[in-house]
Design a protein around this ligand. Structure first.
Ligand code: 5AD
Ligand code: SF4
Length: 468
């Protein structure tokens, strides 16, 4: 994939990036100004936004949640499916309107969509009101991008990832209880439908010493939970000479003694027995595994480039179930991949019946420009695709409801993270196996892990009371 103003990130001047991390400079240009940041997509984007916020606040900007009050609006975008694109351009329409009233308003687009050549061209030709565009590889250059603004659109997107630089951990974290920790960036798997290896680059693991240092700092700051983040966490370290692998990393992170450790996302192909053993043997590694299936048909899995068969997936699944007691397993499934027959789809339903997932994210295949699957022949009408998705969702919801019902009457350790969204007189949090519970308890429990008796189970959440 070639981007118009292609530059190699490796050639960039590092000083340009460094200064903000070493000595935050509140600049007179930005002091007192407000930014509004909207995030689309996955946890990586959510965590990147925590870094963008810290960068902006180092410059003197303050955050606002009221979009009309902003002097700078930034959209951190997702490219995984076509509907993400539509949502972003829908919101940009509102920004354009606001700019008619507020002439000095700055509008920026960053994240995965900014790495797509077609999107950059669309912005250049049809959206002149967008002031800045920067990609996933040069997010940390935002200060200089803002300082060097002129009256033209400033598009700075690198087509290639650079090395992983450690700058100290400059984040404005959304939570003081639970924190994201990057362990790697990018992905080398190149599943044929997926745009991530193009938008996020090749796999680059962080050094384990840096990850462990960050986790220690988080523990010292009082964090109760961390989630290790990567597109394929099981492949951690494989790109670094002499680095430890994921199971050893889990062990070392667990030794630090933070109460709860989670990780997303796993790839079945890189999931080894020693990873399962360490998850099973450590109390502070949570029994929750997100194990994307994508399809239950070995034929489709091959076309997707997933590197496992239906049978191999089921064997791995069973190993995890047998060893990690009380684990929740969730998944991602794509329906209507090009060429998917009724028989292939039934294979997917079969696997869902065998695995009885605790939950799943399900999607209709969305062709992404530049990926091999976008060139494969589509064989279904939109109605047929939706019918498959509907059928799959019904099954998934039944099993997810069933697994929640099994929790009824049990006592669960719940990390209380905030006020319940459904009922302000309650608090909410997650069980060790990642079930959302609304608990009859007051705010003083926020940030604590408490024993909760489950009194009601719904399809997507549980209710509970403090256990005696
Ligand atoms: N179409 C539909 N779903 C996709 N995903 C990734 N790429 C596509 C695509 N082109 C889904 C996969 C992945 C999840 C994050 O998004 O299921 O695991
Ligand atoms: Fe995309 Fe496959 Fe990498 Fe996941 S493993 S990010 S689906 S290419």
């Amino acid at each position: 994939m070639h981007l118009p103003n292609m530059q190699d990130a490796k050639k960039r001047k590092q000083e340009k990036v460094n200064y903000i991390y070493e000595k935050p400079v509140v600049s007179d240009i930005f002091k007192g100004k407000k930014y509004y940041l909207r995030t689309y997509g996955c946890q990586m984007n959510v965590h990147d936004s925590e870094e963008i916020k810290a960068i902006l606040e180092s410059l003197g900007y303050a955050e606002t949640n009221v979009f009309e009050d902003a002097d700078l609006i930034i959209l951190n975008t997702c490219a995984i499916r076509e509907n993400a694109h539509d949502k972003v351009f829908g919101f940009l329409g509102r920004c354009k309107h606001l700019k008619k009233i507020k002439k000095d308003l700055l509008i920026g687009v960053c994240g995965c969509m900014a790495q797509e050549e077609s999107v950059v061209n669309e912005i250049k030709t049809k959206h002149p009101y967008i002031d800045i565009v920067f990609g996933t590889h040069n997010m940390r250059e935002l200060p200089s991008i803002l300082e060097n603004l002129n009256n033209h659109q400033n598009i700075e997107v690198y087509s290639k990832e650079g090395d992983v630089y450690e700058f100290g951990n400059l984040y404005k974290r959304d939570s003081q209880i639970s924190a994201w920790v990057n362990i790697m960036f990018g992905c080398d798997k190149f599943c044929t439908y997926c745009i991530v290896p193009y938008t996020r680059g090749k796999q680059r693991s962080r050094k384990s010493v840096d990850i462990l240092k960050e986790v220690k700092e988080l523990k010292e700051q009082g964090y109760k939970e961390i989630t290790l983040l990567g597109q394929n966490v099981n492949a951690y370290g494989k790109d670094l000479d002499g680095e430890i692998g994921f199971s050893k990393l889990l062990e070392k992170v667990s030794d630090i003694g933070i109460e709860r450790i989670r990780f997303v996302t796993s790839h079945p192909w890189d999931f080894t027995d020693d990873m399962i053993d360490i998850i099973a043997s450590r109390d502070n590694i949570m029994p929750y595994i997100h194990l994307p299936l994508q399809s239950g048909s070995s034929r489709i899995l091959k076309l997707m480039g997933r590197r496992y068969t239906k049978e191999e997936y089921l064997t791995l699944y069973q190993k995890i179930r047998d060893k990690v007691k009380g684990a929740s397993i969730t998944t991602d499934i794509i329906v209507a991949f090009p060429g998917e027959t009724e028989e292939d789809f039934n294979d997917t339903l079969d696997v869902v019946d065998a695995c009885k997932y605790d939950g799943a994210f399900t999607f209709i295949f969305s062709p992404r420009v530049g990926t091999p699957a976008a060139l494969m022949k589509d064989n279904l009408t939109i109605e047929e695709k939706e019918e498959r998705l509907h059928k799959l969702n019904e099954k998934i919801n039944n099993y997810s409801n069933e697994s929640n019902q099994k929790m009824l009457g049990t006592i669960q350790k719940v990390l209380i993270t905030g006020i319940s969204e459904k009922d302000e007189s309650k608090v909410c949090g997650y069980t060790e196996n990642m079930k959302l519970v609304n608990v009859e308890a007051d705010k003083s429990f926020i940030g604590k892990i408490i024993n909760v008796k489950i009194t009601d189970a719904k399809s997507f959440s549980l209710d509970g009371i403090i256990a005696e």
